[in-house]
Structures are given as C-alpha cells and as structure tokens.
Design a protein around this ligand. Structure first.
Ligand code: NAD
Length: 259
C-alpha cells in the first residue's frame, strides 16, 4: 500500500536526472502515484522520455510555461487521457544568466520580466489551467529558495521572482482553499542541478552549506521528494499556503559559523 495509491500527479520541470522534479517524480512513483511529465520540447526526446520510461510513465508532453496555448494543450491532453488530477508539481524557473552574476541593480527590464514570468507567474498560469481537473483534496506544490526572503549573493532577480512565487502560493491557497485544493511551496537548500549551475558562486555556497546547516549535510533529491510525498498525500490535509523548509535547518540560523 502506497501513500499515493490511486492519485494522479502531473510534474512540470524535469530537465535531467539531477532535476528536483525528477527526485519528486521518483518519490511520488514509489508511493503508488500515476505520473505525467511535462518539460520544454527541446528536452523531451533526449532527456525526459528515457527517464519517463524508467518509471513506466506514459504521459510526456511539451510545455513552455510562458505560452498560454501550450499550457492549455497539456491540460487538454491530460483530460483526454486521465480525466482529473490530484497533484500538480511546479518545479521550474528561469533567469538570464547575466542576471545571476553581476549586481542586482543592473537587472534589465527584459530580464526582470522574463524571470518573473517563467519563475513566478507560471505557477498561477498552470494552476488556472489545471483548475477544471482538480478535485477536493488536490495538492499543488512549487519549489522556492531562501533567496526569496534574504539577500543571497548572485541570486538577484531570482530572489525577487521567488518572493513573488511565495506570495502567489498564499493568494492561490486563499482562492482555492474553499474548493478543498491546497497550495504549498518547498523551500529547498542548495541541490546540484542544471538551474543551480547558472548561479555564480553556487559551488562555494553548496560546500559552505553543509558546514553551517544544523544537519551538517547537503540536501538530496530524496529529501525534497519525501517532503513532496507528504504535501501530495492526505497526511498534510490541514496544510495550505505554507513554505515548508527542506534545508537541514539552515534558515533558522541567525549567525552561520559552523564548527
Ligand atoms: P533544473 O534545471 O533541473 O530544472 C529547472 C527546470 O525549469 C528545467 O526542467 C527547465 O526546462 C525548466 N524551465 C525553464 N524555463 C521553462 C519554461 N519557459 N517552460 C517550462 N519549463 C521551463 O533545476 P532545479 O534546481 O531542479 O529547479 C527546479 C526548481 O527548484 C526551480 O524552481 C528552482 O528554482 C528550485 N530550487 C532549486 C534549488 C537548487 O539548489 N537546485 C533550491 C531551491 C529551489
């Protein structure tokens, strides 16, 4: 008996086997969920379909979340195939590389719009697209980072986008709570992924993290996947609008001296 037997989950954001979305896919699958994966079209054949095959996932559809027509198409395809949806996972983000390097004050208008559109607005866009398919008890999960609340070197415009994403979680949770739909975010400690490699200085930050975090280790895909199982299941039935930290306790610290 799995915690997610009979539940159907659609996961956005698998780029490769290091992706947090992939860690979540494996964890939900292990608890019995039926999965679908959506990613950028350019990644599907080379990266996503081979991974989907490992879990026996048959629903693999392209979607650029900056394009409303592509969002509508994914949910049309899901409706045709499965009818309703119990779990929606948003594990994606984008900012121009140059905006994750220099000074935040240099962020261009175009770069700001792009980061906020793809990394924050897209949660509202895909949640709205999924709405006709979501039933009472459904759970929407997104991924955020401490850079939403604190100024983290080089995180820059992505921190602003994550702040907007976390506020969106609260507004969506308030909107959809009366329909029995929950919306939460997981704030993960640094994980070595493709997106993370675009943030200057990530390697040093990753290494320092395990010296400072109370649990004295880096977070794994399994750590994040476990929290996603909890948020996707009835075990978290009373939790909505929250940011759940999966960061080894890093965010509780006032001063990070390590040993
Ligand atoms: P990743 O590179 O594996 O995943 C990012 C995904 O975003 C990719 O699949 C990419 O294709 C997708 N994406 C980018 N633009 C898109 C668009 N226009 N339409 C559809 N998809 C698009 O990296 P990841 O670290 O697994 O990132 C997943 C989420 O986790 C992101 O929201 C990220 O900010 C968040 N997060 C990551 C860390 C970390 O340290 N890696 C920590 C906290 C939160």
């Amino acid at each position: 008996m799995g915690l997610l037997d009979g539940r159907r989950a659609l996961i956005f954001g698998v780029a490769n086997d290091h992706s947090i979305a992939w860690g979540i896919a494996k964890a939900l699958h292990a608890e019995g969920a039926t999965l679908g994966l959506s990613s950028l079209e350019s990644l599907l054949d080379r990266r996503v379909r081979p991974l989907a095959a490992q879990l026996g996932v048959e629903f693999v559809e392209p979607c650029d979340v900056a394009d409303d027509a592509q969002i509508a198409r994914v949910f049309d395809r899901w409706r045709e195939r499965y009818g309703d949806l119990d779990v929606l996972v948003h594990a994606l983000a984008f900012a121009n590389r140059e905006d994750l390097d220099g000074a935040f004050v240099e962020t261009s208008r175009e770069g700001f719009h792009r980061a906020l559109d793809v990394s924050a607005y897209s949660l509202t866009a895909i949640t709205r697209g999924a709405l006709p398919l979501l039933r009472p008890g459904a759970s929407v999960i997104t991924l955020t980072y401490l850079g939403a609340e604190r100024a983290v070197p080089h995180y820059n415009v992505m921190g602003v986008a994550k702040a907007a994403l976390e506020a969106s979680v609260r507004y969506l949770a308030a909107d959809l709570g009366p329909a029995g739909i929950r919306v939460n975010a997981i704030s993960a400690g640094p994980v070595r992924t493709l997106a993370a490699s675009g943030v200057s200085g990530f390697r040093d930050m990753y290494a320092h993290f395990r010296e400072i975090a109370p649990l004295r280790r880096n977070m794994t895909l399994a750590d994040v996947g476990g929290a996603a199982v909890w948020l996707a299941s009835g075990l978290s039935a009373g939790v909505t609008g929250e940011v759940v930290y999966v960061d080894g306790g890093f965010s509780i610290l006032g001063v990070g001296l390590g040993e």
